[in-house]
Design a binder for this molecule. Structure first.
Ligand code: GLN
Length: 274
């Protein structure tokens, strides 16, 4: 995991095009689905979009994007006999890129969400996530209940989040919907920027997915991950609604990879039991 933490320092929101050195040889496996009829962003290539600021799901190791989502994408591409290409973009641009066909699928620790499902279809879930809370050591916030108590007492407090993510969507929603109201939430362009704001005392906590939260806490002095769960959610692959053949191919490949234990193996490789 050390490498992962080092990579956080080098997180970049730049648009980069990274070939993941995927397998271009045609797979002869039972799952091989591309007989040339799949409508893809590039013929013979499975183009996966992600936002590589989300360890251990996607992060830079040198100039290469690695992680759970790239390994899973490589396994899917291999099953389909396609070369894998990984495209890094802003998290908020991913759904539009799937819709426009610029990318064939998105794997970005992306939570299944009804609003997103209006624009893309989601595969079966391949992992679960938790929206976790990071505070500065010594903070009077020790649980989600403490945040609710502050809200009820009319106290001032600010939550840092990453824009376009469910952490932002949930926490900025109205109190009757389980949120804290927009006035208590700031959206930063990246999770790392939210964490920096926490270190500088500009926000009182950060709400973000638990795996990157662990990495941020490990990599930055003076932060603490609370033993509290704000929301638990499912991660899935976002696929274009208007491309049934691609949907079937990816869904079948994923089902096989779940069934034969490959998905669990990939998860275990990056997420060590506490
Ligand atoms: N799981 C969160 C979401 O889907 C965050 C994902 C991310 O930042 N890559 O909004």
């Amino acid at each position: 995991m050390k490498k992962i933490f080092a990579m956080i320092l080098a997180l970049t929101m730049s648009f980069a095009l990274v070939s993941c050195g995927g397998n271009s040889a045609t797979s002869s496996g039972a799952g091989s689905a591309d007989d040339g009829t799949l409508k893809l962003a590039e013929p013979g290539v499975l183009t996966m979009g992600t936002n590589a600021t989300f360890p251990p799901y996607e992060f830079y190791e040198g100039d290469k994007i690695v992680g759970i989502d790239t390994d899973l994408s490589a396994a899917i591409a291999e099953k389909l006999g396609l070369e894998l290409k990984v495209v890094d973009m802003e998290f908020g641009a991913l759904i539009g890129a799937v819709q426009s066909g610029k990318i064939d699928m998105c794997l970005a620790g992306m939570t299944v969400d009804p609003e997103r499902a209006k624009n893309v279809d989601f595969s079966d879930s391949y992992a679960t996530g938790i929206q976790a809370v990071i505070v500065a050591e010594g903070s009077d916030i020790t649980s989600v209940d403490d945040l609710n108590a502050k809200l009820e007492a009319g106290e001032d407090f600010l939550i840092g989040t990453q824009e376009s993510t469910t952490g932002y969507i949930y926490s900025s929603s109205a109190p009757e919907d389980g949120g804290f109201g927009e006035e208590h939430v700031i959206a930063f362009s990246a999770g790392a920027a939210a964490v920096q704001a926490l270190q500088q005392g500009k926000v009182d906590c950060v709400i973000i997915d638990i795996e990157p939260a662990k990495a941020f806490v490990e990599a930055n002095e003076g932060l603490k991950l609370l033993d509290t769960e704000y929301v638990s959610e499912d991660y899935a692959i976002a696929l274009p609604k208007d491309n049934a053949a691609l949907q079937d191919a990816v869904n079948n490949a994923l089902a096989e990879l779940i069934e034969d234990g490959t998905v669990q193996k990939i998860l275990d490789q990056y997420i060590k039991a506490d």
